[in-house]
Design a protein around this ligand. Structure first.
Ligand code: 3PG
Length: 391
């Protein structure tokens, strides 16, 4: 297992620490915080540092403002809400100018928490500009990364800065790495990986990696159709739009024929029409698959209930629509009731469905990462982890 230099056990009293978080949180059209998990998960590291009387300057991005100031992506209107959630006062810094930042930070006592406005307002963030890295590292003594969701990016505030300052991983980062790698890197003959999404090419490295240590791999979501066609269980006349997906599905099935593809599905011509349960052999070109049927979800349930480890990314249906929610609801319920001690899930819609069914307490780990979680499942090099390795 990869070990990173951890903040735990180290003393940061009277130091100024740059703390990289992933506060890229979903907002409503009115700017309300829709999901505060990433804020709440950063509290242990913030508390650890502030309780040691460090000055902590939080840096994060929100959205993709492309290197320019854009008030729609500013943290300014969110300060009060973030501050309430972490139960601490935050000193907001909007100036992206070194001498101003330094004088603001110097003017405040030890134990102050600052938040710099969106780090992606600076062109030098995403292209790892050396001048911007110098600027970022100039007003602090130590760099700490606790933004797991961004760990697959090679940006100034993630990798570049580690060449300039003593660098550590925060409590959330360590927790994510330990829990996810523990689940995916141990071999078990009674284990289930459930993988959804629609682009098979993106999932090939994950399926390849997880097939080494997971006995059962279950396909859900948009990947079901090309997998059924590739295994000759669904006859589709016009395949032009998913030709490439079918090609990838065939390749994976040649290597991993044990992959489970649900054959009873809940279909409709469109999501607003009545659902109809069909066997794959009855599905026509116009029938779109929106959920897994009751028989198939029960088959999946049998595998899950007996598994001793489970990893899940990608809901089987559409939990927001009553007609197509049964598969997701039952899957969550099976995982909740499984004897498995390792129950790990990640990805935006997966986590949203777990929260919808109020089941998060039953999982051993729910990742705050989207793309970062998937990259870790590939078992490959992750830029932001590599630079924090404890050799
Ligand atoms: C995420 O939400 O997955 C992270 O914050 C990374 O965001 P990005 O894809 O814009 O780099």
């Amino acid at each position: 297992m990869v070990r990173i230099k951890s903040i735990v056990g180290n003393n940061f009293s009277d130091k100024t620490c740059i703390l990289r978080l992933d506060l890229n949180i979903p907002l409503s059209e009115d700017g309300e915080i829709l999901d505060d998990t990433r804020i709440l998960e950063s509290i242990p590291t913030i508390d650890y540092l502030i309780n040691q009387s460090a000055k902590v300057i939080i840096i994060s991005h929100i959205g993709r403002p492309n290197g320019k100031f854009n008030k729609n992506y500013s943290f300014k209107p969110l300060i009060e809400d973030i501050s309430k959630r972490i139960n601490r006062e935050i000193f907001f810094i909007e100036h992206q100018n070194q001498s101003k930042i330094s004088s603001i930070v110097d003017s405040q006592p030890s134990g102050t928490l600052f938040l710099l406005d969106n780090i992606r307002f600076n062109e030098g963030e995403e292209n790892s500009n050396p001048d911007f890295i110098d600027f970022l590292s100039s007003f602090s003594d130590v760099f700490i990364n606790d933004g797991f969701g961004t760990i697959h990016r090679s940006h100034s505030s993630i990798t570049g800065i580690t060449n300039k300052l003593p660098s550590y991983g925060g409590i959330l980062l360590e927790k994510e790495i330990i829990n996810i790698t523990e689940c995916i890197s141990t071999k078990s003959s009674n284990s289930t990986a459930i993988l959804g999404g629609s682009k098979i090419s993106d999932k090939i490295p994950i399926i390849e990696n997880l097939s080494n240590n997971f006995e059962k791999v279950i396909i859900t979501g948009g990947m079901i159709r090309p997998f059924l066609i590739a295994s000759d269980k669904l006859k589709q006349k016009n395949i032009s739009e998913i030709k490439e997906e079918i090609f990838y599905a065939e390749k994976i099935l040649q290597k991993h024929p044990q992959i489970y593809i649900p054959e009873q599905l809940v279909c409709s011509e469109n999501i607003n029409k009545e659902p109809i349960i069909l066997h794959s052999s009855q599905i026509n070109d116009i029938d779109l698959i929106f959920d897994i049927g009751p028989n198939s979800i029960d088959d999946i349930g049998k595998m899950i209930l007996e598994s001793d480890k489970i990893i899940w990314n990608g809901p089987p249906g559409v939990y927001e629509n009553e007609n197509f929610s049964n598969g997701t609801k039952k899957l969550v319920n099976f995982i909740v009731n499984s004897k498995s001690k390792l129950k790990v899930a990640g990805g935006g819609s997966t986590v949203a469905s777990i929260n919808h069914y109020k089941a998060s307490d039953y999982f051993s780990h729910i990742s705050t990462g989207g793309g970062a979680f998937l990259r870790l499942l590939e078992g490959k090099f992750l830029e932001g982890i590599e630079v924090l390795k404890d050799e």
